[in-house]
Design a protein around this ligand. Structure first.
Ligand SMILES: N[C@@H](CCC(=O)N[C@@H](CS)C(=O)NCC(=O)O)C(=O)O
Length: 222
């Protein structure tokens, strides 16, 4: 019996954050259950027991422990299975810098980048046009975010310091979505940011998961 079940959806950036964490940790002993968001399966009474807001991802372990929120899940899994993706608790300063980087990602990056992804990607699947005013304002925020990150990444290799951590993983799904929506130049036009992105993308576990997903998508659309 697998150690836990991950409830997610195909093409969900929040699910992919967890899958990338598991790939980096080399952990495969889990079951992935894909819910169909278009059919509203995330709003079933059964799923509300796992996620009070009726969203994905969520996990349930064999001993009945349930957790939702992608970043909380990633952190739990990294701690539970000792993935080398977090500073040690004994290093109080490095842990504080990790928390700081995590807050910056969630509060300053994920919100506007998520708006672009929703307007340009999700709404297309719903057959709805993007609200260009929302996109343009969100794009300004993402540009301003990476202007600051460009300065910070001149002095460190990764977002939370010189080690690759969960925070770097947190960025990957939404940045990929920015590339897919034609906004990849927010990354490639900034030297330090694009070098950081290249370092993240060149990690073997990340590369092979993204390659497998791309192949699965291509096969599904044939
Ligand atoms: N902050 C949450 C966001 C979860 C979220 O918005 N998930 C989306 C899919 S990527 C969802 O469930 N959407 C369907 C809905 O809200 O009904 C996380 O990081 O897990």
């Amino acid at each position: 019996m697998p150690a836990f079940t991950l409830y997610g959806a195909r093409g969900s950036t929040n699910t992919d954050r967890v899958r990338l964490t598991l790939a980096e940790g080399g952990f495969t002993d889990y079951e992935l259950v894909l819910l169909n968001l278009q059919k509203g399966e995330q709003k079933s009474p059964e799923h509300f027991k796992r996620h009070p807001w009726g969203k994905i991802p969520a996990i349930t372990t064999t001993d009945g422990f349930t957790l939702y929120e992608s970043r909380a899940i990633c952190k739990y899994l990294a701690k539970k299975y000792s993935f080398p993706l977090l500073p040690p608790d004994s290093n109080v300063e490095a842990t504080a810098q990790f928390d700081q980087a995590q807050c910056a990602e969630t509060l300053y990056f994920a919100d506007p980048a998520g708006k672009i992804a929703f307007e340009k990607f999700a709404r297309r699947f719903m057959g709805l046009p993007a609200d260009e005013a929302v996109v343009s304002s969100a794009l300004k925020s993402v540009e301003a975010f990476f202007d600051v990150a460009e300065g910070l990444l001149k002095d460190k290799e990764y977002m939370a310091g010189n080690e690759f951590t969960l925070v770097d993983i947190y960025y990957i799904p939404l940045i990929q979505r920015l590339f897919a929506c034609g906004y990849g130049d927010v990354i490639s036009s900034r030297k330090a940011v694009s070098e950081w992105w290249y370092r993240c993308m060149n990690r073997p576990a990340i590369q092979s998961l993204l390659k497998a997903d791309k192949e699965a998508m291509a096969a599904a659309s044939r």
